[in-house]
Write a protein that binds this ligand. Structure first.
Ligand code: BGC
Length: 773
């Protein structure tokens, strides 16, 4: 897919020419969202280009249809039902007609064009001058936003000015329910296996300015009301019409040269996933009526305020590299647009920008995305944890299906908590998801000391999920605790014994669960008894967790002096990289899985990821040797890989590599380096950029609850700044050549380490500087 080179601006992406070649990709890059509604960047008039060059999608985080998974050969316990995010009615459509010619930038000619997505206002602006095939010229301007303050609402301001034309002008506001999802084809990363429409109309309502479609999903049984409210800048009644599932309001009037007409359109989505079906209509009406009364500009101001607060806490500034600065802001903005903030939804692999990976939530959340929110906007991180707590009953159910008598097993990929991975070797077998979730709770506790959370939700999740290790693990003849037949993060190696990452994370998890049990027994015995009662926890289980953790088998190869990815990885033949043509990457699209599994080849960081997450368990030499070895056999075919390699490269002193890997992550979507951004942004990699700055170049780690920095400055940068929420304080970290400035922006005290030096910030001394080599 061809891409634009945008001017390198820190706070926006700007497109200055109408370009059909990059259109599909731009629909993703210019997408708007608020963690619930996602609107791809397609123009209000739609797109008339050939099939396969556009996906005019609208998505609702967590709103899904389900469908039985068809296995030609079934087996016990395989995931039965898939859930997939639906393309919901297109409510942003506005047609413009000049006499009998329809405004369509693909016909006639475009004289001036600009489209801007502004990260500080959250507004997508488009402005163009167009001349129709018969010579009628107009200026079209539109502004669009999806409200952060109200997850159900979006707004459009559309303005047309006649430049040389006097005649009949028609504006049609449409609400189109005849939409369908993309078909996946052969690429497992693309869309769902479903074809044809999935939403069925059961009712509609329409007035002069209001339209509503009431639809239902077949299998998941949800009701959805999509609605719009419009206001024309002149007082003129609309003609309403309905064609199938398409509702329209049409205004027609005579305009003279130079005349401007405006249309304001407000759109809302309400579903029975959130409210009783009976409430959806009045809620839609009320939301739209109050939005219309407030007006577009008031919504825009609220949007700006929300974002000002976000950037005040989350902004990462890099001086000296404009491309990077733009990439980082773009990524942060899209993460905020993608993340569910209601505790009922999470953040999917592609956010709400496209149908790739079907709107599923993965471990991407806990291991890649969670740290960004935890340290930048902790209240959002807490919501992500709440989502997992809501999924605990289904995780228990899944554990029983998987023959575990106790405990809870989280799904590898899901929307509503049910396991949706149809290919278990790279899905359900990734049992590390349980440890990943426990890890995020540990991180959260270390950063917030939120005991209330621990008692209310966290302890139960951590202990229930820890029990699964006892269910799948066993002691071998040497007395080592082994975890067999699992898949680690590297999806080019499957169903192995003693995957290093899994075992090391399971050890952390078991120890953490035991520590929580011990702590609560001592400090909150009644609460502990309540949780133990809920989970039917045996009194001796925490001691068994401790024992398994201490005897965990962590494969190490003495000859190579590296951690072995699993029991068999290092005995396999190394992939023939020299004779693999460039076009055969990603390997998953060009080789049968077994061919890949038979070789030493990694899709992504596996051992190398353990080096980061369990940082204090390795020496620098360990890290360097592991990095050197695994770098040679890693393809980075997964977008989750480069950021982790960048961080470890920075730590072991490979500054050039750290920078190169970092750059691959930072502009992965903007430069479409994986060639599939048209199907949606890569949220894990986007958050990996944040980790690359904080964990990578600034060397941030939290070890045993203690915050540490070990800063470095890439040669190309003049300085960089970011902020961290930690233990109730907001810390600003500013790195200059040879000097780190630490400032306490909120809170009263904060203690942490700069290399080996302790730093204590307090109100009396809120800013301190330290040097580094
Ligand atoms: C990666 C997984 C990841 C998934 C969704 C896959 O390509 O291998 O680790 O969870 O994409 O982002």
């Amino acid at each position: 897919m061809q891409q634009h080179t945008y001017p390198l601006e820190a706070w926006c992406i700007r497109e200055t020419a109408f370009d059909t070649d990059s259109h599909f990709l731009d629909e993703t890059l210019f997408a708007l969202g608020n963690g619930y509604i996602g609107l791809r960047g397609t123009g209000e008039e739609g797109y008339s280009g050939p099939a396969g060059t556009s996906l005019d999608g609208t998505y609702l985080n967590g709103f899904y249809e389900s469908e039985p998974i068809q296995y030609p050969e079934a087996a016990y316990g395989l995931a039965k039902v898939n859930q997939f995010m639906l393309n919901v009615p297109n409510a942003k459509g506005i047609e413009l007609w000049l006499d009998d010619e329809r405004f369509d930038p693909l016909t006639g000619s475009v004289q001036a064009y600009e489209r801007v997505l502004d990260f500080r206002t959250g507004v997508l602006t488009r402005s163009l001058e167009w001349t129709s095939p018969q010579g009628r010229s107009v200026r079209v301007q539109s502004r669009r936003l999806v409200c952060f303050d109200n997850k159900h609402l979006f707004a459009i301001e559309f303005e047309v000015t006649s430049l040389n034309f006097a005649g009949r002008l028609r504006l049609v506001s449409a609400l189109d329910g005849a939409v369908k999802n993309l078909e996946a084809g052969d690429d497992p990363r693309v869309g769902s296996a479903i074809s044809g429409p999935t939403l069925h109309m059961i009712d509609s309502e329409q007035t002069d300015s209001f339209s509503a479609l009431v639809q239902k999903t077949h299998n998941s049984g949800f009701t959805l009301i999509s609605a719009t409210e419009t206001a024309l800048s002149v007082d003129l009644p609309a003609v309403t019409a309905r064609q199938g599932q398409r509702l329209t309001q049409t205004w027609e009037l005579q305009v003279s040269e130079g005349q401007t007409l405006g249309l304001k359109k407000f759109g809302s989505y309400y579903s029975s996933r959130d409210y009783d079906a009976k409430e959806l209509m009045w809620r839609s009406r009320e939301t739209l009526a109050s939005a219309k009364a407030a007006g577009f500009d008031e919504l825009r101001l609220a949007q700006e305020q929300y974002l000002a607060d976000f950037w005040q806490q989350a902004d990462v500034q890099i001086a000296g590299d404009d491309a990077l600065q733009q990439g980082i802001h773009f990524n942060q903005f899209h993460l905020l647009q993608s993340v569910g903030r209601d505790g009922k939804t999470n953040i999917s692999a592609k956010g709400v920008t496209g149908e790739g990976y079907e709107g599923h939530y993965f471990w991407d959340t806990e291991i890649y995305i969670f740290p960004f929110f935890l340290y930048s906007k902790p209240e959002i991180a807490r919501k992500l944890l709440e989502y997992r707590y809501a999924g605990l009953p289904k995780a228990r159910e899944r554990a029983r299906q998987m023959s575990h008598a106790t405990g809870a097993l989280y799904p590898w990929r899901t929307i509503a908590g049910d396991e949706c991975s149809a290919y278990f070797p790279a899905g359900t077998a990734q049992y590390h998801i349980n440890a990943d979730i426990a890890y995020s709770i540990k991180l959260y506790m270390e950063a917030t000391n939120d005991q209330e959370y621990l008692v209310k939700h966290g302890a139960e999740i951590v202990m229930e999920t820890a029990r699964i290790w006892m269910g799948i693990g066993s002691y071998d003849r040497e007395g080592r605790f082994c975890i067999n037949q699992v898949t680690g993060p590297d999806e080019y190696t499957a169903l192995v014994n003693n995957n290093y990452y899994t075992n090391a994370m399971a050890r952390m998890h078991l120890d953490f669960a035991a520590a929580i049990a011990e702590q609560l027994q001592a400090t909150e015995p009644a609460e502990f008894a309540r949780i133990a009662g809920l989970a039917v926890l045996d009194a001796n289980e925490p001691a068994e967790w401790r024992r398994a953790a201490s005897l965990m088998n962590l494969p190490y190869d003495e000859a190579l002096q590296i951690h072995a990815q699993d029991d068999s990885f290092l005995s396999k033949k190394v992939w023939d990289f020299a004779n693999t043509p460039k076009e055969n990457y990603p390997l998953l699209l060009n080789y049968h899985p077994m061919v890949i599994y038979r070789h030493q080849v990694c899709k992504q960081a596996d051992v190398v990821l353990a080096l980061l997450l369990l940082s204090d368990q390795f020496t620098l030499e360990d890290k360097r040797r592991d990095f050197d070895y695994y770098e040679k056999v890693t393809t980075h075919d997964s977008s989750l890989s480069s950021c982790i390699f960048s961080i470890i490269a920075a730590e072991v002193g490979y500054q050039d590599k750290a920078y190169d890997y970092f750059m691959e992550t930072a502009r992965l979507d903007l430069d479409d380096t994986h060639g599939n951004t048209h199907y949606g942004v890569h949220t894990a990699a986007m958050a990996g950029t944040w980790m690359g700055v904080a964990y990578g170049f600034a060397g941030m780690r939290v070890v045993g609850g203690e915050l540490k920095f070990a800063p470095s400055l890439p040669a190309k940068w003049q300085h960089y700044t970011f902020k961290i929420h930690f233990k109730g304080a907001l810390l600003e970290v500013h790195i200059e050549p040879g000097r780190a400035d630490y400032s306490l922006l909120q809170g009263e005290v904060l203690d942490f380490m700069h290399g080996d030096e302790p730093v204590a910030l307090a109100l009396s001394q809120p800013k301190q500087s330290r040097s580094f080599a």
